[in-house]
Design a protein around this ligand. Sequence first.
Ligand code: FAD
Length: 471
Amino acid sequence: KASIMWFRRDLRLTDNRALHAAMQKSDQVIFIFIIDPKQIQNNASVNQSAFFASVLHFKETLAKNNITLLIQTGPVIDVVTEIKTKVPSVSDIYLNFDERGYGRKRDQQTIRHLSQELGIVAHPFLDFTLTSASSIKKQDGSAYQIFTPYYKKWLSVQKDQPLPSLTSTEIQDKQVAEPFEDHIDDLKKLINPNHSYAYQDSLGEQQAVNTLEDFVSNKLADYDQNRDIPALDGTSHLSRYLRTGEISIRTVYDAVSRQPASLGKETFIKELCWRDFYNMIYTIYPNQKDQAINTKFQTIPWINNESQFNAWKNGTTGFPIIDAAMQQLNQTGWLHNRLRMIVASFLTKDLLINWTWGEQYFQEKLVDYDPASNIGGWQWAASTGTDSVPYFRIFNPFTQAEKFDPDAKFIKQYIPALADLPADKIHHIDRLSEADQQQYQVILGKDYPKPIVDHALARKRAIASYKNLNA
Ligand code: FAD
């Protein structure tokens, strides 16, 4: 019998649950990727360009091995109907299921329609996380809301092993020779060449495996110490591949768990647990993209000053760590985790700008954009989530910079105007004297912006706004 393997956020041949099952259970398999016009964002989205560049790379890599990935455009039902007209023996479709957010509902509807309208049996697999959202529950069967008890339970759950690799020949033998129209031009149109800086050197399954190996050999043991220092670049950079599925989470977990015990290993595995945690939270609060989970904080009196929002986006706030971070995001499509926390705290607490604005901006700019982790991270920073910091804990951008970028190495890398200013002066730039401005040729308001808010006052203002709602 013939089946369709519907690739989505799982752009790989290795350790792919749906693909494995399709290969085992079918005589012929048609590989497709569907562009659904309803899901297309605007052309400014770096995240979208990067994702579709990965799809194109996947298609081209498969083609080199005589394997066809068909690019189709349109609603899933229409695409599958057309394939079935051309290959009537198609009876099944294999996919890795989206278990959270709007994707879950969409997938459930699609599976129902395929069965009711076309008689096609769908085989959905959970492949995106180490543990499914429903597998980790409290003793009374309810969902965890707080990370630490969830993490303890998560650690005790057995994780699945990666699946054995498929060979190209196994796959080639099951390819369908039928000529289909391929919509590769539609795919190419979704890749804005202006965004190539964010992905050009990092596409594909092989590159993902190299990144994992490099991390495990060279960075894992010291991950606990280096992960918070942006200038050291001590993190794995695997997020982009986990987002596209160019690497499987089981492969990552397996490679790390085989390493000797270390604090680095323990800390890294805990981060993988955060990913599962936010995935789980997103399944229980599918509307969290627009709404504070904590109902107490649904009516924060945001100020939402547009020109301050633009300064934040463009990295012209006059706070060096914020500005350098936003340059990293705008110039590379990736942002260090510590800096995501600092800029998110600054936007929501110092500027009192609605966290959904920041979440949306990250969605456009991050190559690793994942709704569950992004919304989770933003609601954590805005103290509106389930497991949030207390609202009165507000990052001070100057002390954060002093602690995590003590020599201002990272700041100087992204803000050339501050290259000659000593680190201790950068960390207190709001107090830079006239004489220092002359000596180092950094005239505030000319060579580098004056701070757009007074942090101490902004902090008090935020606490007052939150406190009223918390009463
Ligand atoms: P590493 O430190 O090497 O971590 C390894 C993996 O663990 C990551 O690839 C990621 O899959 C997972 N992970 C690590 N930290 C977290 C976390 N706090 N929450 C969930 N998973 C985590 N991560 C995304 O993948 N996509 C996003 O859109 C995203 N948006 C964020 C927004 C905010 C405001 C914050 C505070 C965090 C966000 N994160 C997001 C989490 C984290 O910042 C990134 O996963 C991490 O920086 C990616 O770099 P890395 O792969 O080198 O991470």
